[in-house]
Design a protein around this ligand. Sequence first.
Ligand code: PHE
Length: 460
Amino acid sequence: MPLNALPRGTGDAASGKEQPIAGPKFASRFGFIMAATGSAVGLGNIWRFPFVAGENGGGAFLLPYVMAVVLLGLPVMIIEIRAGSGTGRGVVGAFQAASKRAAPFGLLIAGASLLLLSYYLVVTGWAIGYLVHGVADQRPGFDTFTSGANSVWFFLAAVALTTGIVVLGVNKGIELSSLFLMPALVVILLGLAVYGMTLPGRGEALRFFLAPDFAALSDPAVWIRAFGQAFFSVGVGMGVLITYGSYLPRGTDVTKSSIVVAAADTSIAILAGLVVFPLAFSFGSSPGAGPGLAFDTLPQAFDSFGAPTGYFVGVLFYAALSVAAITSAVSLLETAVVSIGDAFRLRRAIGLGLVITALLLLGLPSALSYSGNGLQVLGRPFLDLADTLVGTLWLPIGVLVTVIVLGWLYRRDGGESSDTSRLNRLIAWSVQWLVPSAIVAVLGAMLLDLLRHRIVPHGG
Ligand code: PHE
């Protein structure tokens, strides 16, 4: 297939001669920031961050997490957006501009983003399902909710909503929806956090979430979780920021915009913790509930608050979760569509059709694994397996591939500031040395852990 036959315009980037492809652009810098924040802020912030922080030292987790965002996540964000805006192309085209041999790796990243999206939309479907049930004044437990075909139907609803936004295009779909939905999300979460601060469990919640357990910092596993969570949350290594970077309006300062997006992403994660923990503690439940926190513990908490408070708080919470998830799913879908179009020179509508077909094929097993059918693979629900594969194992590799291709092979300053400025040298140093070393260390530790459990299965 003509991976190396992109339309003219993406020449040899290393020589600095290529002109970015003219394509759709966000109407304003603010539109870009809202769309990129929409991509970054997702299930990772509201559903995952609170329980991961809770399990890893509470307040002490914030330190490695923020360090990972600033030192590792942010520089990768910046080079992804620069590569997108420099070439005007998505991950496949931008990788090809770096080196002809890199294009297949771009396609691999796009494939991973599609697999991520396939089960991300199942969880998005749960959020929508709980919103719909909540509006109808029902707050099912997770087992009840997933005992029938809910996961499948709401997965299909999530696919339809996400596709609808992508079909409307970059400006009328992605940009416009983010311009409305992101501010709405912040207002809802702020409101819920203020409410949380009136609840009896707030003291315990704040202590659990914010009081640092510094002993946790000496545990390498905490750092590994922090790195993984940071990459997942800012959304690097999946080609998404390259795609959105290709829609960057001319003359936008990439570094400043990235800092705003990373700061918004981190603030919203912390805000989500300030919402979730007071609710959980006031209901008297253990916040160590892990992944079940948002879909099992909280519905019971809302129920216990009684009408009408529980009703409104529940509806608002799942509205926020749905909004956050959909804007992230949109960015992953757009990335897959652009990548497959670039790789195989397909019209957008055809690319979209193919991606949706693949999405249904990959997503249905995940949805079925949390339904009456209970589909298991290797003794685990299919969704959990897909999450381990992409969310845990692949993500650091995807970031590593990205920094090798963009940090070493494709180097441009994005036209925003001179290549030799101190900040740019720092960014280059991070993506060329710091990020790869951190990832190799993490992968090494993961491998060691795996071997140890294989060899000594019962702890040891
Ligand atoms: N950052 C999103 C979240 O926190 C997930 C995501 C990952 C989106 C990678 C795009 C790319 O939920």
